[in-house]
Ligand binder design. Structure first.
Ligand code: FBP
Length: 252
């Protein structure tokens, strides 16, 4: 098994995600204060907040991730899509594992839209990515987001449990899944993921209180941490919220 040491602390982790410019567009980065449109603002949060890793697409990694930033380990997201297309979700690989490594990545990430009519394309790509990443001793992280005509509720208990299991079956070292507040749902998802570690996907901006409660619940359920984007860099005081999140993930 590939070691997760370079992107975890005491087996736990807090990653900052910043691939939204591609996934959702500049409006979302500019929402609330507009500060997050500038990659330097978010990179500074990652550095000052001492995140365990920062998730970037190759473009921003290449242009904004200077050697000084490298105190915060890099995770390169290998696939991506925009919101400009309709239809069943498909997100193809846009960066190779080798290029990610060249950019300084300590792990690679990939989104699987399980349930989409095009899931087989993404499964085949991710299967190859896992082998290539493991050959280079890089962990492979799967964002498993069930999405498509047949998925009624992306974060129902059964759906998140299935998403977690897909991570294990596909060979991911970490699987990132959506939140579900139903009693016992996240516990069952963690169980379904077996030896694949589970992390929570932050989701759209909510109140800090609500967000911290969700973090608390998933940590109690056995998750190793979270990959957060909007809830932190759209917050009024991102570093303050980071400290609160860290108190939950790393209690000692
Ligand atoms: P957030 O914490 O902002 O939700 O970021 C996590 C993330 O997975 C990003 O990596 C990605 O850009 C986004 O969520 C995808 O969101 P959506 O579920 O709306 O496609």
């Amino acid at each position: 098994m590939v070691s997760l040491k370079s992107i975890t602390r005491q087996g736990k982790a807090l990653f900052l995600a910043y691939d939204h410019g591609l996934e959702h567009g500049p409006d979302e980065l500019a929402e609330f204060s507009g500060r997050a449109l500038d990659p330097r603002f978010v990179l500074q949060i990652a550095r000052q907040g001492r995140y365990n890793a920062l998730v970037l697409q190759q473009g921003i990694a290449e242009k904004y991730y200077p050697p000084a930033q490298q105190k915060v380990p890099l995770i390169v997201k290998l696939n991506g899509k925009t919101e400009l297309v309709g239809g069943e979700a498909v997100s193809r690989q846009v960066c190779s594992v080798k290029d990610a490594k060249r950019l300084g990545a300590k792990a690679v990430g990939y989104t699987l839209y399980a349930g989409s009519q095009h899931e087989s394309i993404m499964f085949a790509e991710f299967g190859r990515i896992v082998s290539q990443a493991h050959r280079l001793k890089l962990p492979a992280i799967a964002w498993v987001y069930p999405r498509g005509k047949k998925i009624k509720d992306e974060s129902s208990p059964g759906t998140i449990e299935y998403a977690a299991r897909i991570g294990l079956e596909m060979g991911a070292d970490i699987v990132k899944i959506k939140y579900c507040s139903a009693r016992g749902a996240f516990e069952r998802a963690v169980k379904a993921a077996g030896k694949t570690k589970v992390m929570l996907a932050g989701g759209p901006k909510t109140t800090s209180r609500e967000f911290l409660r969700a973090v608390q619940r998933v940590m109690q359920a056995g998750a190793i941490g979270l990959v957060v984007g909007r809830n932190v860099w759209q917050a009024k005081e991102p570093l303050r919220l980071t400290r609160e999140i860290k108190k939950i993930i790393f209690p000692k």
